[in-house]
Design a protein around this ligand. Structure first.
Ligand SMILES: N[C@@H](CCC(=O)N[C@@H](CS)C(=O)NCC(=O)O)C(=O)O
Length: 196
């Protein structure tokens, strides 16, 4: 095996596991389960995890480390030329990169910002905007369609819907978004990875 995913159950690496399952590549990627330090203080850093901060997910391919969920998921759909991520030159590629990097660059800060109670900080709001804008981006992106890009689920749906699956309290009361989160959560691979 030249490709290894370092994974811990019920963490951000679960969505990468779901993607690997959806791509049908479980037999080509070794899944190594490691421990991590959790926010309740349980667990601990795993010496077997080569991540420089002992986080998950981490993908190692031919000795190269790929960190960050968005980068890992784009790397995987590109490497396997998977329809779960539009390829360079294909329709939807721009939207794909936009959603994947919007997730890392804006969605995670807004979620953490909400929990910290800093969404109205002017510097925070000027940099990331806030929950209303996030909801508006999703609502507009989903109006009249089942998935964020094209006619089928992509890695963009997997990553963008993932925080609402861990934290239903963050889910806005907007039917188009609620329906899409439920659709993503009941996708065979997402449900499989969550169970596992
Ligand atoms: N931005 C990273 C975040 C990775 C991350 O924070 N993972 C958590 C699990 S959900 C972790 O490994 N925490 C262990 C620690 O902080 O030591 C990504 O999306 O991949």
């Amino acid at each position: 095996m030249t490709m290894t995913l370092y994974h811990a159950p019920h963490t951000r690496s679960t969505r990468v596991l779901a993607l690997i399952h959806a791509m049908g590549k479980l037999d080509e990627i070794e899944i190594k389960t490691v421990t991590i330090t959790t926010q309740d203080g349980s667990g601990g850093p795993d010496p077997a995890n080569p991540h420089p901060e002992k986080k998950v997910p981490l993908l190692v391919h031919n000795g190269e480390m790929i960190r960050e969920s968005s980068a890992i998921m784009i790397y995987l759909t590109d490497h396997f030329k998977s329809p779960l991520g539009p390829q360079i030159g294909e329709a939807g590629r721009g939207a794909y990169l936009s959603w994947m990097t919007y997730y890392a660059g804006v969605v995670e800060p807004v979620i953490v910002g909400k929990f910290m109670g800093v969404l109205d900080n002017p510097v925070f709001a000027a940099t990331f905007r806030g929950e209303a804008e996030l909801n508006e981006r999703l609502k507009t992106g989903l109006e009249g369609r089942d998935w964020l890009i094209g006619d089928t689920l992509t890695a963009a749906d997997m990553i963008m819907s993932s925080p609402y699956q861990w934290m239903p309290s963050f889910l806005p009361d907007i039917p188009v978004i609620k329906d899409w989160v439920a659709r993503c959560a009941s996708h065979e691979s997402v449900a499989w990875a969550a169970d596992r």
